[in-house]
Ligand binder design. Structure first.
Ligand code: GLU
Length: 412
């Protein structure tokens, strides 16, 4: 399995070369400002005491406070967190947010923990990082296997430890604690918007376009929902149990309800099942990987049968696969652009927490649409002009240049 931080560093090297950055600047871009690792100790429901490894990477804050999610995952590693925090730095920069990049995580299997164990784990984690975060310092959010409930517990632990009220320290909160209704769908909506823009530029009609979505959690579901609204036909989806496929289009509304009742797609009766490997290489107009890192590698990249790939997940395509796809003229909308709706939504929430404003969902979604559409335009124009680089490299060049300029201005 490719090491995500090695990939992230390769991507930085590549962009640095294109930007003709000197070696000192390039090496500064390849190390985090700070990396915290610690034990998170809790008592299980049966009284046994256990400890989990926790991380928070604060990658670069030249553009503003560190920003990025916290994930709970059994296969979490320090290098995954580092890579994800670098990607957050470029993501925030690319779409023009006043943020740097960060990321956190705990090595644990949340599916094996009870609700009260998860509460203790979340609170203990927040206490451990409390003195390193804050609404002007580092602002965590949900990521894989964490959600608005996790943010509520963390906010509670943070505020009580620091003896302050500071809802803007966490985003992705529930409405009652200062969250926004738009945030739940914002990542998926953003993915759909980026696909709409790509298809428009490639002169492919969105109406009737065939889409396959790998991963059917929050991002996959909302991408499907919004693409369907825009006229696409979702012909395949998958979760970790199986893929399901129907040339005529799937009933997304029913499938979302089914999935959110805690069931797995393998137990869904009506559709043809196909394996997780097979679904990725089925013919379609748009393929949207929304699961974890490294789903598309040098083994399956030669077999991908899509015109466009939009990275709903972070890092689903390896560097080698990227090259293969570019040679095969498959357009890849990179994660730092395609899934930036999540952090843009977080930014709106943070702004509202600080100003006391409250936008309705329509306003929220319209502003989100504008930000992603503008970022897309900027990337696509340069991509068309350069020709020899894929959209990821072009996005990196734009994003890294902005960070480097900010570092220079600060005299770093
Ligand atoms: N975890 C999301 C991401 O990777 C959102 C981060 C945030 O809202 O800060 O983009």
């Amino acid at each position: 399995m490719a090491n995500p931080f090695t990939q992230a560093k390769k991507q930085i090297m590549n962009a640095s070369k294109k930007l003709k950055l000197n070696s000192e600047t390039t090496s500064k871009l390849m190390i985090p400002d700070k990396f915290h690792t610690f034990w998170v100790r809790i008592k299980l429901d049966n009284g046994r005491r256990v400890k989990f490894r926790g991380f928070r990477s604060q990658y670069n804050n030249a553009l503003g406070p560190y920003k990025g999610g916290i994930r709970f995952h059994p296969e979490e590693t320090a290098d995954t967190v580092l890579a994800l925090s670098a990607w957050m730095t470029w993501k925030c920069s690319l779409v023009g947010l006043p943020y740097g990049g960060g990321k956190g995580g705990i090595i644990c299997n949340p599916k094996e923990l009870s609700n009260s164990e998860l509460e203790r784990l979340s609170k203990q984690y927040a206490k451990k990082i409390a003195k390193h975060i804050g609404e002007n310092v580092d602002i965590p959010a949900p990521d894989v296997y964490t959600n608005s409930q996790t943010m509520s517990w963390m906010l509670e632990a943070y505020e009580s430890k620091m003896n302050i009220s500071s809802p803007g320290t966490f985003t992705g909160k529930p409405i009652e604690l200062g969250g926004h209704l738009g945030r739940i769908e914002s990542t998926g909506l953003g993915v759909a918007i980026s696909i709409r823009e790509a298809l428009k530029n490639l002169k492919i009609k969105i109406k009737g376009s065939k889409v396959i979505i790998q991963g059917f959690g929050n991002v996959g579901q909302n991408t499907a929902k919004h693409l369907e609204k825009m006229g696409s036909k979702i012909i395949g989806i998958s979760d970790s149990s199986t893929g399901i496929y129907d040339e005529k289009g799937l009933d997304i509304k029913k499938l979302i309800e089914y999935k959110n009742s805690g069931k797995r797609l393998i137990d869904y009766k009506n559709y043809k099942k196909i394996s997780n490997e097979e679904i990725l290489v089925k013919k379609c107009d748009v393929l949207v990987p929304c699961a974890l890192e490294n789903s598309i590698d040098n083994h399956n990249a030669p077999k991908i049968n899509a015109k466009v790939i939009a990275e709903g997940a972070n890092g689903p395509i390896t560097t080698e696969a990227d090259k293969i796809l570019f040679k095969r003229s498959i357009i890849v909308i990179p994660d730092i652009l395609a899934n930036s709706g999540g952090v843009i939504g977080s930014y709106f929430e943070w702004l509202m927490n600080r100003t006391g404003e409250n936008w309705d969902v329509k306003t929220y979604n319209k502003k989100l649409d504008m930000m992603i559409t503008n970022a897309f335009k900027k990337v696509f124009e340069k991509y068309k002009k350069i020709k020899t680089e894929n959209m990821r490299n072009v996005s990196y060049m734009i994003a890294i240049e902005r960070v480097v300029n900010a570092m220079k201005l600060r005299g770093r």
